[in-house]
Design a protein around this ligand. Structure first.
Ligand SMILES: [Zn+2]
Length: 181
């Protein structure tokens, strides 16, 4: 019984975070757009959405994938990101249990999901995610029970450094940018 409650809570929590991630995905690539304001609204008719139009996955089904006010189709991105984050949330819980590793990996998984979708639409990976992710990831390694800070440092240099070396080398030889950050 307790396990069922934990599983259901984990799925609902993940889907709710996924709903927030959809807002981040939409607004982060826009210059100067705020993540928090305005509240949820239809990107087409700008009508404010009621809470019952905003329930992860379920509203998408009940609204038959269109805006209640203007009928514009709602992108599959919304339920897909919500559902993906719900399942990832559960997977992370089973993998790490209730340890410091759980919130750390949850945050990084959510950030990667945002990166995937933004990269898919815009062919960019926002520095605000990748660069601050490097700093935060290394800082978190001091309390992360899964890896040591030395391992995190090696990962940073080998993972980030090797890609940076390829990008810098390409630029050196061709004088034009071949790979972004
Ligand atoms: Zn609308």
């Amino acid at each position: 019984m307790l396990l069922t409650i934990i599983i259901v809570f984990s799925l609902i929590f993940g889907a709710s975070v996924g709903s927030f991630l959809n807002v981040v995905i939409l607004r982060l690539p826009e210059e100067g757009a705020s993540i928090v304001f305005p509240g949820s609204r239809c990107p087409k008719c700008l009508h404010d959405l009621k809470w019952y139009d905003n329930v992860p996955v379920i509203s998408f089904i009940l609204l038959k994938k269109q805006c209640r006010y203007c009928g514009v189709p709602i992108s599959w991105q919304y339920p897909l990101v919500e559902l993906t984050m719900a399942l990832l949330s559960l997977a992370l819980l089973f993998k790490f249990g209730f340890t410091y590793g759980l919130p750390i990996y949850f945050a990084f998984t959510a950030a990667l999901l945002v990166v995937i979708v933004i990269d898919f639409y815009h062919k960019i990976i926002p520095d605000v995610i990748s660069l601050s992710g490097i700093v935060i990831g290394f800082a978190c390694s001091f309390i992360n029970p899964v890896i040591t800070w030395q391992q995190s440092g090696i990962g940073l240099l080998v993972g980030g450094g090797s890609l940076y070396a390829v990008a810098a080398g390409y630029y050196l030889f061709t004088k034009r940018e071949g790979m972004g950050g």
